[in-house]
Each structure stands twice: as C-alpha cells, then as structure tokens.
Design a protein around this ligand. Structure first.
Ligand code: UD1
Length: 440
C-alpha cells in the first residue's frame, strides 16, 4: 500500500451552480455502460475504516463530490488518505485523533454522521455535528442515538453538536430493536458494536445491500458479524481490528438509473457490472410494464424496450421493497406511459419536489401529500429546469433524454454528489449531452 499518492482534487466541482447540463432529447441509446462502485457503500466503508488500527485499501470507490467530502472529514481526524488510479483509496487510521470535524464539512452531507459510531467505539468519546444532506426530509438521528445509549453511551446534543462518550471507554453489547429499519442507524450501531464488549443483536435492522457490504468490510477487518442482509444482525465485539483490502459493490441505483434511461428512450442498453439480485424490485417493476431484462453473462443486465407501456402504481419501501432512491427516475418513465399511475413515497417526507420540474417539461403530475398522481402524456418537450436533490436531478436527465428539443438542467452539484461522469457515460451510449458554464 506504499504506492499511493495524496488524493487529487477531482475534476468535478462541488459548487456547480454555474454549470448546466444541456440535453437534446429524442435520440436512442445503445451499448454498455460501466457501473461505478456504490456511493452509499463507499461512504460508510470509508467511515468504517476508522475502526481498524492498520491501513485499509478500498477498491472501486466512485469519483464523487460526496466521497471527496468524506476524505476531507477523515483528513481532519488525523487519518492518512491516499488514492491510486482506478478508484483505489487507502485509509490509514492508526493515528486517529478525537478532534471534532468542522460543522462546515459535516453539515453538507448526511453520510458524514457515519463517523460517530467508529469514533465512539475506538476513542470512547467524540463530538460530531448533526448532519446535513439532501433536502428530502427532516432525517432525524434519534435511532442512532437511542441505540448507542442502549450500549452504554452517554449522549448530549447541544447547539447542533452530538457529544457522545462511554464512561469505561468500551461500549457494552446489548439487544436493540429499531422502531424503523433505518439504513444509517443500522450502520452506525453495527460499527459501534464491532468493538463493544459482548454480543449486540440489532432487530428490525435495515437489509439494504450496502449494510451487507459494510458488514463484509468489517469482517475483512476481523469483526464478528452474522445476519447482515437479514432483519437480525448479531455482532460479537472484538478487542481490536486490523487492516484489510476490500472492493465496494456496484451501485444499484446508478445501474437502475441507466436501465430507466434505456427504457425511457425505447432503447436496448446494458449495465455492467451489476448485481441483479440487488435490483429485483426495479427489474420486476420494469418487467411488469413490458420491458424485457436479460443477462447475457454474469453481472450484466440488458434492457429491451417496447414503444408503448402502461402506467403502474409504486410505493417506496425499505429494501427489498421498491427503493426511494429510484422513485424520481420512475416518475419520469411513468410520465410517458400510456396510462395512469400513483407513486407513493413512504420513506422520506419531502421527496416529490421533482414533480414541479417534470411538469415544466410537459408531464401531467399532481402531488398530494406523499402521493403523486401521474397521467401519461404522449411526449415531453425540452425546457430549463432546476435539480432539487440528487435523485431528482437524475429524473430530470432521464426526462430530458426523452423530451423533444433542448432541456437545460441547473443545480448540478446535486448530480455530482452521486453520479460519476454521468454525461460522459451517456455520451458513450449516444446521448446528445454536454456540460457547459452559464452565468448565474
Ligand atoms: C440511506 C441512503 C439514502 C437512502 C436511504 C433509504 C446513505 C448515505 N443514504 O439514507 O440514499 O435513500 O438510506 O434507503 O446510505 N429516520 C428516523 N430516525 C433516525 C433515522 C432515520 O426517523 O434516527 C427516518 C428518516 O428520517 C427517513 C427514514 O427513517 O424518513 C429512512 O432513513 P434511513 O434509512 O436512515 O436513511 P439514511 O441512512 O439517511
């Protein structure tokens, strides 16, 4: 692990307000797109690397603004971080310090809160600012906090800072039932438990593939975890963890987004590498609409699209239900269906803000509470639109690919948080897309 260099600043910008994406829609796509490592796995695994007292090498880390922010947070904790070509990140937390990362860094990204569990487990005391992130809901952290308290931590929240400490420096294993299978809370508590004394059982745990990926990473460090990927996770704490080399799973949301790109442009495209089992809720929904999905070889999925498809109803759920992170993209697809659809968002309370932007492109969608009622229209037409959050911006890109004429999307900092080189990948499939600067 000695050949790594300091992490270079990515070519992407994190303040992309002056950048716009121009899309000239109506062109079919063709070919295969390479799927990056999962953002939500990479971020939590980077935090998990704080648990090890030796260096970790993480492969398949996507080149994203959120990853860059997490690197800055790790650096501010005295951790050495370096990268090599091809998404390889080295994280060496042997000199981990207890310093609190700045509010400025943490407030920009929800995933930064992941450092709480590992810092508490390794150092016995930490101060972490309450997180920020996409404006898709209140996103409280009481499940994280209550779980840590059940493990013997003292927690005080004052002026937006979470101060957590353990009197005898070591958390105690216990039984924790989560009121809701929160992904973040499951991950925080799993990371806290791997260095706790005794056994921790997390019931009603989140079952998302990224939770399982984190568990596999922790196991590679020497943690004792079983049941990750089911609703009951059992962790037997160990004294310390070593380093490891680990590869992040493919991003199921990116893969799903590209499958919808194929669907909405009536094209046949394939995604690789992908884990089809991680995409079952998405592929089942596409198949229900008449799209064909075939696997020509392992870890690949190809979509074949009909010209006309009906509407359908969708309700977002924790995994293995339909993912909230694919809701906006499907709304674009359903806006061009030949029927009516109802989309119900149950996971986040403020995740329908793309409705107004899709309507600017000619969609016929009415939002009421957490429901969106969609009447399929024969075509969309290009217009200037504003990205309101990460997946909403993906939905606008998809709608723009199908719309007649030019769509211009602003607010690209949302897109850059979660999609690596999106326009480059789309261009390779034949899309007419370009990123340019436009004065604010
Ligand atoms: C993660 C993902 C995000 C995805 C979401 C649901 C990362 C970095 N982000 O977010 O992309 O959309 O899972 O699949 O992995 N909640 C509480 N109290 C808590 C914690 C959560 O009420 O203490 C609520 C949230 O407000 C939300 C719901 O639970 O309404 C789901 O949140 P959670 O599963 O925790 O999502 P995140 O981990 O924030």
């Amino acid at each position: 692990m000695k050949d790594s260099a300091p992490l270079a600043t990515p070519a992407i910008t994190t303040t992309g307000n002056s950048q716009v994406l121009n899309i000239w829609g109506g062109f079919p796509l063709a070919g295969e797109v390479r799927i990056s490592g999962a953002k939500n796995s990479a971020l939590v695994v980077m935090a998990g690397a704080l648990l090890g007292a030796q260096a970790c090498r993480i492969h398949n880390v996507p080149h994203l603004a959120d990853v860059r922010k997490m690197v800055e947070i790790l650096l501010s904790l005295g951790v050495k971080v370096g990268h090599s070509a091809g998404g390889v990140l080295d994280v060496d937390a042997r000199d981990l310090q207890g310093a609190s990362p700045s509010y400025g860094l943490v407030s920009q990204m929800r995933a930064s809160f992941f450092i709480l569990g590992p810092l508490l487990a390794r150092l016995g005391e930490t101060w972490v600012p309450l997180p920020g992130g996409c404006d898709i809901g209140a996103r409280p952290v009481e499940l994280h906090v209550r779980g840590l308290q059940a493990m013997g931590a003292e927690v005080e929240i004052d002026h937006g800072i979470v101060h957590a400490w353990v009197k005898n420096r070591r958390l105690q294993g216990t039984r924790i039932y989560l009121d809701y299978p929160s992904v973040g809370a499951t991950e925080t508590l799993m990371m806290a438990a791997v260095l706790a004394e005794g056994e921790t059982i997390i019931e009603n745990a989140a079952q998302e593939p990224e939770v399982e990926d984190l568990a596999n990473f922790c196991r590679s460090l020497g943690a004792k975890i079983r049941g990750a990927g089911t609703n009951t996770i059992i962790i037997v704490g160990v004294q310390d963890l070593h380093g490891a080399e680990y590869s992040i799973i493919p991003d199921r949301v990116e893969a799903g987004t590209f499958l919808v790109a194929g669907a909405i442009t009536h094209s046949s495209i394939s995604v690789f590498p992908a884990v089809p089992e991680h995409l079952t809720a998405v592929t089942a929904k596409l198949q229900g609409l008449g799209f064909d999905l075939v696997s020509d070889y392992p870890r690949q999925l190809r979509i074949l699209s009909p010209l006309v498809y009906p509407g359908t109803d969708i309700e977002t759920m924790p995994y293995p239900g339909f993912p909230t992170d694919m809701q906006a993209q499907f709304m674009s697809l359903l806006s061009l269906s030949s029927g009516d659809s109802v989309v119900t968002e149950t996971v986040f309370e403020n995740r329908l803000r793309h409705v107004a932007e899709l309507n600017r492109l000619g969609a016929d969608i009415r939002a009421k509470g957490n429901h969106a009622i969609i009447r399929g229209v024969p075509h969309l037409s290009g217009a200037p639109v504003m990205a309101t959050d990460l997946r909403a911006s993906a939905a606008l890109v998809l709608a723009g690919l199908a719309a007649q004429g030019q769509t211009t999307i602003r607010g690209l900092h949302h897109l850059d948080r979660g999609y690596e080189s999106l326009e480059v990948k789309l261009q390779a499939l034949g899309a007419k897309v370009e990123r340019t600067y436009q004065p604010d």
